[in-house]
Design a protein around this ligand. Sequence first.
Ligand code: BEZ
Length: 223
Amino acid sequence: MSSKKKNKNHGIPRIGDKAPDFTAITTDGEITFSDWQGDSWVVLFSHPADFTPVCTTELCEFAKKSDEFAKRNTKLIGLSIDSIHSHLAWRENIKEKLGIELPYPLIADLDTRVAQKYGMIHPNESSTVTVRAVFLIDPSRTIQALIYYPLSNGRNIDEVLRLVDSLQTSAAHGVATPVNWCPGESVVVPPPKTTEAVKERAGKDYKHVDFYLAFKELEDQAT
Ligand code: BEZ
């Protein structure tokens, strides 16, 4: 393992780190994360607790958007420090009361093993439950982005989806994406690093604003 991939003792794996592997009990049975992931992207998210209102809205929204994630070769998996019995009962309750089936597994992390590996417990927020963490992991199991929200505020699942699009576009085309970028919009060409590259770039069919800021259209965007 290269030194870049070693997760130092800072508690939270960071962008560019290898996502920690683990074996855990989930609502789909026991999984080893790396096997379960296969060659997909993954959105691994934690919620504070089952049978709580904000979490219920978030998990339902992930369910409603699950086809959109699947279209992007992206698997969803949730986690909280709850028992498998609690997860199963909550899923049933959501189905009964809201008519929504959660089509992704939930990890029952009662011993907090996975939450600790991913730095999902922020003791000054709560020492007993996970915060609202989201890890976006690419098919090589490298963490490409992470988001943390406190207990009191629900995430924007459309933003998670937009971030998947954005990361996948960067990975596929070697470009960056500007503020509020959405699929179909022009992307940012990474700035030149040499005088030669500045000259070469000037002759390209980009929308040039200045030597460091240029946009281009992508012809074959996946979404
Ligand atoms: C909620 O999901 O509603 C929630 C969970 C834990 C603390 C506060 C709110």
